[in-house]
Design a protein around this ligand. Sequence first.
Ligand code: CMP
Length: 139
Amino acid sequence: AIERTFSMIKPDATRRNITGKIVDRLESAGLKVVAQKRILITKAQAEAFYGVHRERPFFGELVETMTSGPVVVQVLEGEGAILKNREVMGATNPAQAAEGTIRKDFAVSIGENSVHGSDAAETAKAEIAFFFSDIEITG
Ligand code: CMP
């Protein structure tokens, strides 16, 4: 089925000016960018967005990293977009990411892993709604 998923290019990648290289990977995999904006997120937004990780030991570092520079938030659309995006991204830890994935080729570390992508249909819906209103998304 045609799905929509949420994607975020993280500060480590915007800092290194490789957002275009990352978008190319997504588009080459058949994902269409149907909404996109470059923003600075606040500490409160980062804490809310990553709320499920609040009790994890890396939470403070995660919020710090995500607010250290601009991010590019996106809505991606395509056949099986949620799983496809996760395949193109590769494993969370770049040391474990498969050859040819974004994280294998661009990520610096598990914390600075260049991209975030929704892991399931419900999180995709919630994460898209966190950053975008319906009129900002054009298929
Ligand atoms: P992301 O897919 O954005 O979801 C949560 C993020 O926490 C994850 O990618 C990592 O960048 C970051 N993170 C930092 N340390 C860890 C860790 N030890 N385990 C999992 N995620 C971590």
